[in-house]
Design a protein around this ligand. Structure first.
Ligand code: CTP
Ligand code: CA
Length: 226
């Protein structure tokens, strides 16, 4: 595999990609999670690898196979995902495509039981680390190119640009998930790339095609900034 992928435009560069949801346990048998198939993140990891990058994919639970030639680290929670990303540094490129749970639950050590006479349990939440912001603001090992995703249902470009500035990442892939695009959970994506010059709106295309095009854009970036 090493030989098969050698010599592409990203040869010699290291990439870390996050993908999929995180699962945050409530108790040993229950969790909360975001909806995410992991298709887009996994496709990006594969596309970067095919251009010659050495890739670590940090993935939450998905039903997807590990992309060929990609070192895949499987995690469950946001904290584990953050730790696995940190362990994968130094890297030249970081792409955060995971749908990370914004909060974790103060989990119970034993299965919560229904109570005699009814009544729902109270859950208490803590904020999860922001992995993208942590990489973009990394004190000692900031990757040269840090790319985030923003799934929005309205004011897509404006909200995504605000998110890019707040997180401190270089590029953000704004993903229009409004119901009329019909893309959420499917195989296609409708995106605008923000931060790489003027915003670029790409026509709706397969997630695999978005991944190839993004990998090409990244190769162009590294080709023009030695
Ligand atoms: N992200 C992350 N770690 C988190 C939350 C988000 O790395 N704890 C990353 C996602 O992978 C994505 C980007 O941040 O690349 C934007 O995620 P999003 O959920 O849209 O942004 P939030 O800042 O969490 O804002 P909100 O959910 O309130 O819209
Ligand atoms: Ca969020």
């Amino acid at each position: 595999l090493e030989r098969h992928f050698a010599g592409g435009p990203l040869a010699g560069l290291k990439a870390v990609v996050t993908s999929g949801p995180t699962h945050e346990p409530i108790d040993p048998v229950r969790y909360i999670a975001n909806r995410s198939s992991g298709k887009q993140g996994h496709a990006i990891a594969g596309a970067l690898r095919r251009l010659g990058a050495s890739v670590t994919l940090v993935s939450g639970p998905t039903g997807l196979p590990d992309p060929p030639g990609v070192e895949t680290v499987r995690v469950e929670t946001a904290v584990e995902m953050r730790d696995a990303c940190e362990a994968a540094l130094p890297a030249d490129i970081a792409i955060c495509a995971a749908a990370v749970a914004d909060w974790r639950v103060e989990a119970a050590g034993q299965k919560l039981k229904k109570r005699e006479g009814g009544g729902a349990p109270e859950l208490s939440f803590a904020e999860n680390p922001d992995i993208l912001a942590g990489l973009a603001g990394h004190a000692s090992q900031r990757p040269r190119l840090v790319v985030g995703f923003a799934a929005e249902t309205q004011n897509v470009i404006e909200y995504a640009e605000t998110k890019r500035q707040k997180k401190g990442c270089d590029w953000i892939v704004a993903n229009d998930v409004s119901p009329d695009t019909g893309t959420f959970g499917g195989d296609r994506n409708s995106i605008t790339l923000i931060g790489a010059g003027e915003p670029e709106s790409w026509p709706p295309m397969a997630k695999t095609a978005v991944a190839e095009r993004l990998a090409d854009r990244i190769a162009r970036f590294f080709g023009s900034t030695p």
